[in-house]
Design a protein around this ligand. Structure first.
Ligand SMILES: C[S@@+](CC[C@H](N)C(=O)[O-])C[C@H]1O[C@@H](n2cnc3c(N)ncnc32)[C@H](O)[C@@H]1O
Ligand SMILES: [Zn+2]
Ligand SMILES: [Zn+2]
Ligand SMILES: [Zn+2]
Length: 781
């Protein structure tokens, strides 16, 4: 997309042009990647972070912001040369090439999972990168620091030798097939299960029992249901919405459904769970679709026909505390016979759970606060979703068995004889695995795996928790051992980095870069070897000199979209146990949130606080800019109050907007209602320090230029075969309007009065609304 207005003496290419159409081909593939998405930016996926931006967008931003006559590019013969005029005019030609920006300095004051740092290093820039959140700081540290793959594998192997067997013993169940075989082979085999239970009862060592009886399978998932006691008739109410809990799958085909008999607890397969069925064990008839809880999970009804009282689950929990949980089924993999199966939870399973709980209780005085978090869940917008359901401490989100096992794993990691960076890699992987190994997880009953906790940006305590095996059986999702293998692979990106791009034939391909993407941490202004100044703190203060960075490239928090600190505290509670001795930023019991730039009523932060925070960080970042440096950030275009606050912050920080581009979510012909912008539509905003005394501009001039830009954009895109959506048009119009408005603010006049920010935003919306019917007609050449 081209801009027509020239407005500053030194122009970065991004102020004149941005390759929206080409970029969106890559960006759409990256955005839609699903599980293959980490293949685009593996280092960002070493750990959970929320609202991660796209690497392709950041690479394009950096190229279009930095490429100048000093930039070098590597030719196919391997020789480096200065870029030529054509490449300077069209940096897109450099997207899938080796480019050297020769140590230019980038600042990101809101780094999150560090995409700007990764992309800057790939262009041989130096970076100052800061985040308020210690978890973000830690994950970027582990992502950037060079580590040796073999050393990591050796450390994992040692950990496996030290703890795997011990932790796996609590995730065993009796394999019915192997039990039958074993019983037949023994003369006196009547009721092996009873014998096993008796051994447990006696307190016998688990490993001795497993050794003696070759009938055990490894548990992938335990299925639990929360229960209430009816306040009127005292009957136990299992909080099931229905009794079908998994599909029976062969590959992608569903061959039946696993259901649970509400009368006797039998697990069996039906062909249709929408119709009445009869339990093969107790011969009672029931409808698997019917449970005691409403579809939305809010209300229960007592199943006792003589009672039938209903009520709100949250109210019940408030009055009576966190509901008890009952184990009803198991999914396991048997290494002896190879069966992967769902079975009803037996007395033996209940006893193993009880054993783990008992041992946890015994060991708690030694491990609580050392290897298991002892911290409380702080009040907050997201955290109250959990505290409303009776969770008080962070450890309440884990079953006693998971606490015991995770505590052993953490202990094992901290005791390993290895270097600190190696340990930190394992610690980060351990922390990543917590998202799958907690009792806020639910089972995906169609795809048959555990849903990760943060599938939404929230804590949603389920009525039917799925307890997964933290270390992991051979199969299972999100287990420590699988995540370690994945992270090890992701970490190869440091030494073998690449750029994914779209070939002329429309296929995705990888271009391997010749330079590693490795961070040498230190103060880049003092240490010549350092290329990353990684900081953890409030970006209202960034400890670097005035006028020292070539470009600010960042992605600020978007209003009330994600409560980073509240969600990250889930990890912080565990990570601090392993990091507080080395890093002061992990000493406090919760991660910092006072300075967090966010709208969060539960933390007492309104729109004015967001505005103040964003202004202060923008102003601080502007202080560090070189006189001809530019300031680029991405933002969502969703509602006017967020835009208003963002615009006000830009102006307060003495910046103005010189260009704005939509990074289109999807180029489609669908026409959603104007005003409800697609939240996936990101905008790239380019700013510069504002002229000291702006001159006047009449509103009509802005209006006129906006309309012309809209018409031009529609033409440019339709030639490329795209129809701009109303949201995209709104971004184009707002962007163009902002360039003029922000440059002349506050001297923008309409009917003799100054145009305020809210008036500006609504006037732009009106222009797009008025012009929409014409703009969306196909353009004829
Ligand atoms: C939108 S996210 C950045 C995401 C990042 N671009 C990525 O792809 O992962 C905004 C970040 O700003 C951080 N943040 C909020 N207030 C801050 C402050 N006062 N100083 C520094 N960082 C802050 C949050 O912790 C969050 O990680
Ligand atoms: Zn009742
Ligand atoms: Zn039954
Ligand atoms: Zn078996």
């Amino acid at each position: 997309m081209h801009k027509t207005l020239m407005s500053a003496p030194f122009m970065a290419r991004i102020e004149e042009e941005f390759p929206i159409i080409q970029l969106n081909q890559v960006a759409n593939a990256e955005r839609k990647g699903g599980t293959s998405r980490p293949d685009f930016e593996p280092l960002m996926y070493l750990h959970k972070w929320w609202a991660r931006r796209l690497g392709s967008v950041f690479r394009a931003i950096l190229l279009y912001s930095l490429v100048d006559a000093t930039t070098k590019v590597q030719d196919t013969n391997g020789r480096w040369r200065l870029v030529n005029r054509a490449e300077m005019d069209n940096p897109w030609a450099l997207f899938a090439r080796d480019v050297d920006c020769r140590g230019k300095i980038i600042l990101d004051p809101f780094m999150g999972s560090g995409i700007s740092a990764i992309k800057s290093l790939a262009l041989n820039c130096r970076i100052v990168t800061q985040d308020l959140n210690p978890v973000a700081w830690f994950l970027v540290k582990v992502a950037l620091e060079p580590l040796n793959g073999q050393t990591l594998q050796a450390a994992f192997d040692e950990l496996e030798r030290n703890v795997a067997v011990r932790v796996q013993q609590y995730f065993k169940t009796i394999c019915p097939t192997c039990l039958q075989k074993f019983s037949k082979s023994r003369k006196n085999s009547s009721n092996v299960e009873q014998k096993l239970c008796a051994r447990l009862e006696k307190g016998d060592d688990l490993s001795a029992i497993f050794h003696e009886y070759p009938v055990f399978a490894d548990v992938m998932y335990f299925f639990w249901v929360k229960q209430l006691e009816c306040a009127r008739c005292h009957v136990t109410i299992p909080l099931f919405k229905g009794h079908m809990f998994a599909h029976k799958r062969k590959g992608r085909v569903t061959e039946g459904y696993y259901v649970l008999c509400p009368q006797c607890g039998e697990v069996f397969v039906v062909q249709d769970y929408a119709i009445q069925t009869t339990c093969p064990a107790c011969h009672q008839s029931f409808s698997p679709q019917v449970g005691s809880v409403t579809r939305n999970g809010a209300k229960y009804t007592c199943p006792n026909p003589a009672c039938k009282i209903s009520g709100s689950i949250v109210d019940h929990v408030r009055k009576h505390g966190k509901p008890k949980e009952h184990l009803y089924a198991v999914q396991s993999y048997c290494p002896q016979c190879g069966a992967k199966q769902f079975t009803r939870a037996t007395h033996f399973d209940q006893m193993i759970a009880a054993r783990a709980e008992k041992i946890l209780k015994q060991e708690l005085p030694q491990i609580l606060g050392n290897f298991i978090p002892d911290t409380k869940i702080p009040p907050g917008y997201n955290t109250k979703q959990a505290t409303n359901y009776g969770y008080r401490d962070w450890r309440d989100m884990f079953s006693p068995r998971q606490q015991l096992v995770l505590g052993e794993m953490l202990h094992g990691i901290l005791e390993l004889k290895c270097s600190d960076p190696t340990r930190e890699f394992l610690l980060l992987t351990f922390s990543k695995s917590l998202e799958y190994a907690n009792m806020l997880c639910e089972y995906h009953r169609v795809n048959n795996y555990v849903y990760n906790l943060f599938k939404t940006h929230a804590f949603h305590p389920p009525l039917t928790p799925c307890e997964s095996n933290p270390w992991g059986a051979k199969y299972g999702f999100g287990t420590f051992r699988n995540l370690f293998a994945a992270n090890l692979k992701f970490k190869e990106f440091n030494t073998r980095p690449y750029v994914k791009y779209v070939t002329d034939t429309g296929h995705m391909a990888k271009y391997f870069l010749s330079h590693p993407v490795e961070g040498y941490l230190g103060n880049i202004f003092e240490d010549a070897k350092a290329n990353v100044f990684l900081l953890n703190g409030d970006s209202t203060h960034i400890p670097i000199p005035d006028g020292s960075v070539d470009a600010v490239v960042t992605d600020p928090p978007y209003f009330n979209n994600v409560m980073y600190s509240e969600l990250a505290d889930f990890y912080y509670a565990w990570l601090r146990l392993g990091l507080r001795a080395r890093y002061p930023n992990f000493r406090e019991s919760d991660g910092p949130n006072i300075a967090e730039v966010i709208v969060n009523k539960d933390q007492g932060k309104g729109e004015q606080d967001y505005l103040r925070g964003l202004t202060n960080v923008f102003a601080e970042a502007r202080r560090t800019l070189k006189p001809d440096g530019i300031f680029v950030f991405t933002f969502h275009h969703q509602d006017d109050s967020a835009w208003g606050a963002m615009l006000q912050s830009v102006l307060n920080a003495s910046l103005y907007i010189t260009a704005a581009y939509p990074v289109l979510a999807e180029m489609s012909t669908a026409v959603p209602i104007l005003g409800k912008a697609n939240p996936q539509c990101d905008v790239v905003l380019v700013c510069r320090p504002r002229p000291p005394s702006p001159d006047n501009i009449p509103w009509e001039t802005i209006e006129h230029r906006v309309i012309i830009t809209l018409q031009e954009s529609v033409q440019i895109f339709s030639k490329g075969g795209y129809v701009l959506s109303p949201e995209d048009l709104l971004v184009v119009a707002t962007g163009k309007g902002l360039e003029l408005y922000s440059k002349h603010f506050p001297h923008v006049f309409r009917d003799g009065g100054e145009v305020t920010i809210p008036q500006f935003l609504s006037a732009i919306r009106q222009i797009v609304k008025d012009k929409l019917p014409k703009l969306r007609k196909p353009v004829k050449d």
